[in-house]
Design a protein around this ligand. Sequence first.
Ligand code: PEP
Ligand code: MN
Length: 340
Amino acid sequence: MPTVNILGPCAAESEEQTMRIARRLATALSGRKFIFRAGIWKPRTAPETFQGVGDIGLQWLLRVRNELQIPVATEVSTPGQVSLALDAGIDYIWLGARTTANPILVQALADAVAAYADSENCRQVTLLVKNPVNEDADLWLGNLRRLSNAIDKSTHNIRLMAIHRGCNHRPCWEMAYRLRQKMPDIPLLLDPSHMSGNADKVPLLCSIANELAYDGLMIEIHDRPQEALSDAKQQIAPETVADILQSMTSATESPTDLTWLRRMMDEVDDDLWEMIAKRMKVSRQIGDYKRANDIEVIQPSRFDEILQRRLRWASGQNISADTVQAVMTALHEESIRVQK
Ligand code: PEP
Ligand code: MN
């Protein structure tokens, strides 16, 4: 059962909003332990959008920590932010998916962590490393080794954890499976909010995390999600997350390779059907063109050309000619249907 639960808004928007959400979470969770998250330096795609409140947000997080006795977490993207956050007293810092796409930057952050670890005021802190925005398990593993090397030099207890947040709103389960195999001792958290970008999909992803024995969850929580200044579509209410956590019981069996492989298979099927839908969209456009230009819908030579090309390719992939024929025929028939 996921036990390290990091909950809170995508971003701290004001001191009042930060305190309000933290209090509502504490009430909704009635005694269950959690870590409060809020981004203050936000890595946003467009410069015109909300970029986070900046350094002042550290004080708001510390207020949550001191008044409610809840550990607090924020994202860091530069060595300066690592020092500011750790020196201020933040308990958990995470490296986001855009940051972890750049190994030079991650090394600079690891160096800043090493400097903190060597300093006299080093406290117990936790570093969390998200998977990079691109599906690259080796880069994620490399980043974890960079930080683990930085921590190894310290005699202090700095913990390292990984956060699986997927890429382009796809889970990419294979990446997490690889991490589990190669670094079984690193606690692994799932971030269903960034993984899906969709509040409705959060409960199902949490139950998959439970089934796959993830050690924790990072979930974006807002009490007024529609009004959030960033990631409005994916944040859920404090009471909803309380229900999700309440409904989670210890999985009866630990996940086997088959459990992981089935999740990976479901994801391939999702991709496959998305691609079929995409193919039919193009097909509809071709239908419009043919109609406008008085061209026959059925062009046997074109189908034969596509089929032969696929048969040649499939022979090197250990896919039988019968399967290629059956799948291509089904796709072609559906295309003809949508073009008519
Ligand atoms: C976040 O956690 O708010 C965030 C920006 O996440 P990610 O790096 O996964 O996009
Ligand atoms: Mn976010």
